[in-house]
Design a binder for this molecule. Structure first.
Ligand SMILES: [Zn+2]
Length: 255
């Protein structure tokens, strides 16, 4: 059984004491590829060195996270694009809009998102979208690019059934992780409705650990727990859900 963690921040300090062991645990549990979304200029160095250290396991992305967007976002994006020109990236991410923490820079967040979607299209790369309390705003930016051959994933999908329908209709995947295992989560129904061909798996580690580790540090080997839940939802074997979600991820990220 082979699995992919399509979203892990394993380069963060939370893993400084045991990063090698953690990556080994993932690979020996069958989680053979780990995709690394960037956050901002402060994180990109650590992310690139992790990608270098775990070649053919870790694949880096470039992008400016919406919660790191302030009035100087254009300078940050330019700097990131400059750094990007010397490296190979698997996607533009994570990018998007987050109105949960702060609405001060809504306009800048929308501009930064638009700018980076344009860069993704120009670079022929998929986008990894972070959308929190901001589905109307995210869709309004994405709609501007209708017909432009844009692909991507709504990472840690947290929208409604309607949002899921719209995302899938645009050809986007839903990134599903720990929250699907939470008690009282409606995500299972949304996943079932979306169909397994539109689902990819992610941890968002160190955040969003699945049950029974909820609230603790998350890690890529827990993708097996997410996969088990997905298999349950679709009433198929874990091998089958691993196979389909693996293929979905390879197709999206051109691995
Ligand atoms: Zn993330």
């Amino acid at each position: 059984m082979q699995l992919i963690d399509t979203h892990t921040h394993l380069y963060l300090p939370e893993f400084d004491s045991d990063r090698d062991e953690m990556v080994n645990r993932a690979v020996s549990s069958g989680v053979v590829k780990l995709l690394l979304p960037n956050i901002d200029l402060k994180s990109i160095g650590a992310m690139l060195s992790a990608a270098d250290r775990y070649k053919n396991i870790c694949y880096p992305m470039t992008g400016l996270h919406p919660t790191s967007v302030t009035s100087d976002f254009m300078a940050q994006i330019n700097e990131l694009e400059k750094i990007s020109s010397d490296h190979k990236f698997i996607a533009i991410g994570e990018i998007g809009i987050d109105l949960y923490w702060d609405k001060t820079f809504l306009r800048e967040q929308m501009d930064a998102f638009r700018q980076q979607v344009e860069f993704a299209i120009k670079s022929d790369l998929p986008v990894v979208v972070h959308s929190r309390d901001a589905f109307p705003e995210v869709f309004s930016v994405l709609d501007e690019f209708a017909g432009k051959k844009l692909t991507g994933v709504f990472h840690a999908f947290s929208g409604s059934m309607k949002d899921a329908e719209k995302a899938v209709g645009m050809g986007f995947m839903l990134g599903i992780g720990g929250p699907v295992t939470f008690k009282n989560s409606k995500l299972g129904e949304i996943v079932e409705e979306a169909g397994i061909n539109n689902i990819i798996l992610e941890t968002d580690s160190p955040y969003l650990a699945p049950v029974p580790y909820r609230g603790k540090r998350n890690e890529s080997s827990y993708i097996c727990i997410i996969n088990k839940k997905i298999a349950e939802i679709f009433r198929i074997s874990e091998d089958e859900s691993a196979r389909v979600t693996f293929e979905n991820s390879c197709r999206l990220f051109k691995i």
